[in-house]
Design a protein around this ligand. Structure first.
Ligand SMILES: Nc1nc2c(ncn2[C@@H]2O[C@H](COP(=O)(O)OP(=O)(O)O)[C@@H](O)[C@H]2O)c(=O)[nH]1
Ligand SMILES: [Mg+2]
Length: 694
């Protein structure tokens, strides 16, 4: 079955880990008739958590796609992971949806991940709602969580559902928009519609009043009517809510207990009747000239789509998820991959319920679907018919914060490891790998230890290779702190031609970050012009390994001031070797210093951990640059040596019981001395320079 653009909705279910997203996703599919029996996360049989690594760990790691048909509308749901290690999959769903539903635990209220996701949605101006889950728990407190939302998210929550009772006496919810109650029937039976019980009529009236006010704020003419009549009719109310939500002026809050199928129908009804759909929504394209412009989702235009995700499935092979932006894509057709500049043959098209693919004939603008087994498609690719020459903007993701060096135990497995890393990086765009030629290590990096471990475990099992990991080496540098000079004569008498070249160099410190400058100060032909490139080569080779711990030398100006040549025995090689040695001699007398990379660090923690995090940072030689606090979450900005941060994601996890998070970026190099420098030098004692003498 295919759905037209006005009958499609895309909803991302996101939130802090363990708030019940996968359970809600399962129950929504059940309530919508897509599955006949809901399963629990503990059983390992849910639609959302189907990958082996998810079943094993009982947490969501990848975003799952499922959908329901309600009143002729297709609602696509994304069940996203809660751990910030898998943020890449959450962010892609935020881009692809028009409405994000953040789950909040009815006991704990707004948590750190809730706030981070909220900020991301703010940045996108994405309409959103909250679902207060687990209200059937004894510790749940609906009103307190509403207060928490006001305080931490700085928005007025408008209740679309109100719970009846809690804990053992939890009965269900009242649907404020449609004026009915839904009573819990048990964990495998859908909630049942019933009149609003007498004792909840007051609460319902009050909530309804607030909802009407929110609707009136959606539209100026509605506001006039509301002020005139003191009310709105249901039709006006719907119109007002649609407008207010699309403009993000209204924050709907739902309530329920997913595990007992409670609060599902008010939510589904709301999404169907009020929730924003793709029509009128915009994505962003980057034109050939580099300018960025919005592009509206529009069924009337020629076909374009964006590849939002790539997955390698144990059953179906490679899956490329696409979101159609304009026009439509039909099965058995041909289109163009603009990003790879290749034709793309489309065979079958699918939609999915978790791992189960369902064939569809076409996908219309606004829909999300799956293309299987395409060799060329990659995440962020743009598909387009005709000669439209633009790309959709690649998804912006945070930079990796955790790195590990990895190698196969057996040399013969290195290629297999390389291929598996390529695949892993394709599947998760926050995961990167890189061979560091300087440290001779393959360094993988990502959002945290959990993500990295899961990827490595999967490679070990699937590829049957043994891996070894260690903390990556730090790329230290060396520099000089005063001016000096040296001369060196390279002289060798062998059989026929001899070798001769004399070089006199002056070196002086440059500003941090200026790296290197070569100045030819030869006047009057002490060294013929054609040997100068040889001199510079020698200087560059000399700078590749400093005199303290063989690390590359930076921020030095090298000036050749004098020299001597021999009409027969001089050559480029002679001058290169002379310059290399002259540089090293000069460096020894220029007060050489070791430099270490300093990272800029931004840490987000609940205020109660602030003291511990600060003292940990000062123990790590960190310099606090600033501190800010919003809604109980503190943000600390600091500069810290990279050498101290190699296991920071692990340290921060243990200080903050897993709630803290951070971002890092290279800041600059800074000198080190004393005991710290001595240790770095000692660790490099066995390092051998390999240099050619020819
Ligand atoms: N009491 C209660 N527990 C729930 C409810 N919904 C989910 N859970 C439990 O919360 C835990 C985490 O659920 P899960 O759906 O995996 O959360 P996710 O990490 O957000 O996807 C599981 O043990 C669920 O059974 C609920 O409505 N009430
Ligand atoms: Mg989950």
């Amino acid at each position: 079955m295919s759905y037209t653009t006005e009958n499609i909705k895309n909803v991302s279910i996101a939130g802090h880990g363990g708030t019940g997203k996968t359970t809600l996703f399962e129950r929504l599919l059940f309530a919508g008739g897509s599955i006949s029996k809901p399963e629990t996360v503990e059983s390992g049989k849910t639609v959302g958590d189907y990958a082996l690594e998810e079943i094993e760990r009982k947490i969501s790691i990848h975003t799952a796609l499922g959908h329901v048909d309600r009143k002729g509308k297709k609602i696509n749901f994304f069940d996203t992971p809660g751990s910030s290690d898998f943020t890449g999959d959450v962010i892609l769903s935020f881009r692809a949806c028009e409405f994000a539903l953040l789950l909040v635990d009815g006991r704990d209220g707004v948590q750190i991940e809730t706030i981070k996701l909220w900020r991301n949605l703010e940045g996108r101006k994405k309409p959103r709602g909250l679902f207060l889950n687990k209200l059937n728990d004894d510790r749940a407190d609906f009103n307190r969580v509403l207060e928490d939302i006001k305080e931490k998210l700085k928005r007025e929550p408008i209740s679309l559902a109100i719970p009846m009772g809690k804990g053992a006496s939890y009965k269900g919810v009242i649907d404020v928009l449609n004026g009915t109650a839904y009573l819990v029937q048990g964990d495998t039976v859908l909630e049942k519609e019933s009149p609003i019980p007498e004792e909840y009529k007051e609460a319902y009236k009050a909530a309804r009043e607030k909802l009407i006010e929110a609707a009136a704020e959606g539209d100026d003419t509605l506001m006039e009517k509301y002020l005139e009549r003191g009310s709105l009719n249901p039709e006006e109310m719907h119109t007002g809510l649609i407008e207010a939500l699309a403009e993000n002026k209204f924050l709907p809050v739902f309530a329920g207990a997913a595990a007992v199928n409670s609060g599902l129908i008010p939510l589904l009804e709301f999404i169907c009747d009020v929730g924003p759909g793709p029509l009128g929504f915009k994505d962003t394209i980057k034109k050939e000239d580099g300018t960025e412009t919005p592009m509206a989702i529009d069924p009337a235009k020629p076909f374009t789509a964006l590849v939002i995700k790539t997955a390698y499935d144990q059953f179906s092979g490679k899956l490329s998820w696409i979101k159609v932006i304009t026009g439509k894509l039909s099965a058995d057709s041909e289109t163009h991959n603009v990003s790879e500049n290749k034709k793309e043959r489309i065979g079958k098209l699918y939609t999915s319920q978790g791992k189960k693919l369902e064939e569809v004939k076409e996908l219309n603008a606004g829909d999300v679907g799956i293309i299987t087994k395409s060799a060329t498609l990659r995440t962020n690719d743009t598909l387009s018919d005709g000669d439209q020459n633009f790309n959709f903007l690649p998804l912006r993701l945070p930079e990796p914060v955790h790195s590990l060096a990895v190698n196969a135990l057996a040399k013969k497995d290195e290629d297999k490891l390389g291929e598996a890393l390529v695949r892993a990086a394709e599947e998760d765009k926050t995961f990167r790998y890189q061979f560091n030629a300087e440290t001779k290590e393959t360094v993988i990096s990502g959002m945290g230890e959990l993500q990295i471990n899961i990827i490595l475990d999967k490679i070990k099992t699937n590829q049957k290779i043994d891996l070894e990991t260690h903390i990556p080496k730090v790329a230290y540098r060396e520099t000089i702190s005063k001016k000096s000079g040296a001369e060196y004569t390279h002289k060798k008498q062998t059989g026929g031609h001899g070798q001769y070249g004399k070089v006199v160099l002056e070196i002086s410190p440059l500003k941090r970050g200026e790296n290197y400058r070569f100045v030819n100060g030869i006047f009057g032909g002490a060294i013929p012009k054609n040997y100068i490139p040889g001199v510079e080569k020698g200087v560059v080779e000399g700078m590749a390994h400093g005199t303290m711990a063989h690390y590359p030398v930076v921020d030095v100006e090298v000036k050749i001031v004098d020299g001597k040549y021999h009409p027969v025995d001089s050559s480029e090689l002679s001058f290169k070797l002379a310059a290399r040695n002259a540089f090293r001699e000069a460096m020894k007398q220029a007060n050489p210093t070791l430099l270490e990379p300093i990272m800029h660090l931004a840490v987000f923690v609940e205020e109660k951990y602030l003291g511990d995090v600060m003292s940990d940072l000062s123990g790590k030689r960190g310099k606090i640059l600033g501190q800010d606090s919003v809604g109980g979450i503190a943000e600390i900005s600091a500069e810290v040596p990279q050498a101290e941060l190699l296991r920071y994601s692990i340290d921060l996890r243990s200080i903050t019981s897993g709630t803290g998070s951070f971002s890092v970026a290279f800041a600059h190099y800074a000198p080190i001395s004393g005991r710290i420098a001595e240790e770095v030098i000692k660790a490099r004692e066995s390092f051998k320079i390999t240099e050619t003498e020819e």
